[in-house]
Design a protein around this ligand. Structure first.
Ligand SMILES: C[S@@+](CC[C@H](N)C(=O)[O-])C[C@H]1O[C@@H](n2cnc3c(N)ncnc32)[C@H](O)[C@@H]1O
Length: 436
């Protein structure tokens, strides 16, 4: 085993992040995760141990022991995002937000050459931007040169628009850029046409699967012996069974509503009398309590029919309930969600359906992870790139991209101001400014 290729995954979940690194040729050393099902899924598929533990209380020295004295090439991880997610109530005092600093303490102890920190875009404005600024500042103090960017993972070829904040750092003094964005995308909600080819569409991502079964536990044969497109071929790789699990159709809540929905339409496009009661309650509460948009925890979209010829919307733990198939009157199956998240069909899942869809929705898509892994190997010099020559000198915030939009919300502007100060060499925290 090469000392330069070890990967430690914190908050490793089902192993999506690690699986992509493994496919790129790196060696997952271990994962650490609190959830028993996710930990077992990780072990079954990633093939390295997953230590089931609570990272909010663990002594980083314990994790150092698991490395057997070897220094990881990279620590990857995405602490839970419920505290920051705009899809749920936001609370900067949420103790789960503290987990980002547990991540930091562990990175300090393991001292990898690189780290990649992944999170939802809500992190950008959590605590008025101070949570993020503090995190960056601490990484820089620890000796890392850090670059931060909001990325839509569809631009890396994932058949889904999925905005994530990525922070990448190294303690080699290397300046670097993020991987090139190779694909245009359009999910109806998020769109970027860069003249580059379109990312695979939702229809392409689920093509080749046979018709969904109605009986749980059934193995569903592929629709054809040979893959029907390049994405299907990638998904089928190594799946000797020629069939898939978790491809089971469930009856939608409110069949009449579902039959009326056209692609791109949500519950609110239907006549009021057809809205589900739960949806009416949520919608009313949001209007009557006057909660500002950014604090509402996302639109109460209820069910939504996806477009087959566009990329999917972000897959979350609710996707197999709320996202309706482009042409059939049913929600997406768990298998379809796994494919949209780019998990290969041979991936084995541990847990009941609720647990499995949560593990899938939480994951970094393996395909995006693979792009990141190959890019790191490249800029680190493992593939012959002479990036050492780009030595940026002292550890610092190398740069940041918080949005690609022209305008910025006031909340994002204050984050930008904090980071801009830091980028210019002033480390700002809690209202105090110190020159580095
Ligand atoms: C966003 S998911 C990470 C998914 C993973 N990166 C992947 O690609 O599959 C966050 C994970 O953190 C785990 N987690 C939450 N609190 C934790 C804690 N205190 N200690 C360890 N893991 C925790 C959750 O169970 C969840 O699997």
């Amino acid at each position: 085993m090469n000392k330069d290729d070890l990967v430690v995954s914190l908050f490793s979940g089902a192993g999506g992040f690690s699986a992509g690194f493994s496919r790129a040729g790196l060696k997952p050393l271990f994962g650490a995760e609190i959830n028993a099902d996710a930990c077992q899924t990780y072990q079954l598929n990633v093939g390295s141990p997953c230590h089931q533990l609570d990272l909010s209380t663990v002594d980083p020295a314990q994790l150092e022991k698991f490395t057997g004295g070897r220094r990881p090439f990279v620590v990857i991880g995405g602490p839970p995002c419920q505290g920051f997610s705009t899809a749920g109530p936001r609370n900067s005092a949420d103790p789960r937000n503290q987990l980002i600093f547990n991540y930091l303490n562990i990175v300090e102890r393991l001292a990898p050459r690189w780290f990649i920190f992944e999170n939802v875009e809500g992190l950008l404005t959590s605590g008025g931007g101070r949570d993020l600024a503090r995190l960056v500042r601490e990484f820089v103090y620890m000796g890392y040169s850090v670059r931060l960017q909001k990325v839509n993972l569809a631009s890396y070829g994932v058949p889904q628009t999925r905005k994530r904040v990525l922070m990448i750092g190294n303690r080699l003094g290397i300046d670097f850029q993020f991987p090139e964005e190779l694909f245009s995308f359009d999910s109806g909600k998020a769109k970027k046409s860069s003249g580059k080819p379109m990312a695979p569409s939702l229809a392409e991502a689920i093509a080749g699967l046979g018709p969904a079964e109605s009986t749980r536990g059934t193995l569903v044969q592929y629709a054809s012996v040979d893959p029907v497109n390049a994405f299907d071929a990638r998904m089928r790789e190594g799946n000797v069974a020629g069939a898939v699990t978790h491809h089971v159709r469930v009856e939608p809540a409110g069949r009449m509503q579902v039959e009326l929905l056209k692609p791109g339409q949500t519950m609110k496009d239907l006549p009021f009398e057809l809205w589900h009661d739960s949806y009416k309650r949520r919608a009313n509460r949001r209007v009557s309590d006057g909660t500002p948009t950014e604090k509402r925890g996302g639109a109460p979209s209820g069910i939504k029919r996806l477009h087959g010829n566009l990329q999917s919307l972000t897959i979350t733990g609710a996707a197999a309930r709320e996202f309706i198939h482009p042409s059939e009157h049913r929600p997406l199956t768990i298998r379809e969600c796994a494919r949209i998240q780019t998990f290969p069909d041979k991936y084995e899942w541990v847990g009941n359906n609720a647990s499995v869809i949560q593990q899938i929705g939480n994951a970094v898509p393996p395909l995006a992870a693979e792009r990141l892994a190959k890019h790191l190997q490249y800029i680190d010099g493992s593939f012959g790139a002479d990036t050492q020559a780009l030595d940026s000198g002292a550890p610092r915030l190398l740069g940041f991209v918080l949005t690609e939009a022209l305008g910025m919300s006031p909340a994002l502007k204050s984050t930008e101001a904090l980071l801009a100060d830091m980028h210019q060499g002033r480390l700002v925290f809690d209202g105090h400014t110190a020159t580095t």
